[in-house]
Design a protein. Structure first.
Length: 154
C-alpha cells in the first residue's frame, strides 16, 4: 500500500518537472543575444500526504538491577561468647641509636714535588711606575641636607 502511494507521488513530481523543462526549452529559442534566468513558482498539486517512516534512535529505559548479597544471621553449632574479646596490640617503639658520622683519615697517594736547586744566571730589574695624581671633579652643588626634626618623610 505504501509503495503504491510513494510511486504515485514520485510520478507526479517527475511529470511536473518534465513539463517545466519543456516550457523552458521553447523560451530559450527566442533569446539570441543575452541569457537570463527567471524564477517562476509553479504550484504542484498535492493529492495525498504519505508519511514515510524514518527510524530514529529512541531512548529506552533499561532496568539495571545490581544484586548485593546481604549477610543474614543463621544458627551455628559453635557457641560464641557474646562479649567478644578483641585482642589489643600495643605498639612499643624501639629506640634505635643512629650512627654519628665520624671523619676518618685515609691514606691517599699524592705525588709530592720536592724543591730542587735553581741557579740564577742574571738578575733583571723591572721598573715599576710610581702612582701619579689623577684629577677628578667634585660637584659642590649636590649636597644632602640633614633635617633637624624628622616629623615628616618629605
Amino acid at each position: 500500500m505504501y509503495s503504491v502511494k510513494v510511486l504515485a507521488v514520485l510520478s507526479v513530481i517527475a511529470f511536473a518537472s518534465a513539463s517545466i523543462d519543456e516550457g523552458s526549452h521553447s523560451h530559450h529559442h527566442d533569446v539570441h543575444t543575452t541569457h537570463s534566468e527567471v524564477e517562476k513558482h509553479v504550484p504542484v498539486p498535492v493529492y495525498e500526504k504519505v508519511g514515510v517512516p524514518i527510524p530514529h534512535p529512541v531512548p529506552v529505559a533499561v532496568p539495571n538491577y545490581v544484586k548485593v548479597a546481604i549477610p543474614q544471621p543463621y544458627p551455628v553449632h559453635v557457641t560464641v561468647q557474646q562479649p567478644i574479646q578483641v585482642p589489643i596490640y600495643k605498639v612499643v617503639p624501639q629506640i634505635i641509636e643512629k650512627a654519628v658520622p665520624v671523619p676518618v683519615e685515609k691514606p691517599y697517594p699524592v705525588e709530592i714535588h720536592k724543591p730542587y736547586p735553581v741557579e740564577v744566571i742574571k738578575k733583571i730589574e723591572i721598573p715599576v711606575p710610581k702612582p701619579y695624581p689623577v684629577p677628578f671633579t667634585v660637584y659642590k652643588h649636590v649636597l644632602q641636607k640633614e633635617k633637624a626634626d624628622h616629623k615628616g618623610w618629605h
